[in-house]
Design a protein around this ligand. Sequence first.
Ligand code: SF4
Length: 265
Amino acid sequence: MEGHTTTVYGPVASWRFGWSLGVDLILSTSVCSFNCVYCQLGPIQERTNERREFLPTERVLADLEAHAWQRSEIVTFAGSGEPTLASNLGSAIEGVARITHLPTLVLTNGTQLHDPAARADLLVADQVEIKLDAADEQTFQRVNRPVDGVTLAGIIESATTFRNEYSGHLSLQVMMLPMERDYLAGIVEHARRIAPDSISLTTPRRPRPSDWYLPSRGSHGDVPYPAKPMRQPTPEECVTLARRLATETKVEVWVSAGEKTIISP
Ligand code: SF4
């Protein structure tokens, strides 16, 4: 069984990316600038938008060397919160790529994209996926519950700046929640502005535990705390929304309808 003190976990099966090796640059608790209503980590323990080094890169690379990562297809930086809050993200990505020669992916909520140092860290990743769940500020505050001072408009502005600097694959991750269904027009508008290479339409598949539990960073299964399953759109609804999104943005949309389905514009 995987130890609970390692920064490297998995690989876990991802419907989008195949066997995904997780790298967690935070580890000791959950740390994020959001506190999303659907977060699989449960209520975020430390809510901050300040970058710092949680663990040295050498520690991450030592954990990697000790881990059976060889059947992985991609390395994903996500883990116990928002990976761009780790100020050594860039050196960790470079070190992991040097050892594994695998493609690297960062899942981010976009709240550090205003910072040139964070954007520089992300430039070394092969793929960056930015969360975009809400079409307007009010929904953004209700669904993502950011720390004070973070706005949807600010994130879209800095994501657009990042797009102009970044030549890797940029995707947007849109979480479909029942309350979001009427907001597709706004999402389309933001997506057109950011101009991603693809959009992933996801649903809250993992239950939200009532407390912090480290294995939930990569878990698809049971957690030892009460967990609230979230109401989900049906696969047919997902495909219908994905078609509309692809048509209106002219961008390829990935959606799970039992299996990975790619909807071309
Ligand atoms: S951005 Fe990710 S880690 Fe942070 S609260 Fe939302 S789902 Fe959880």
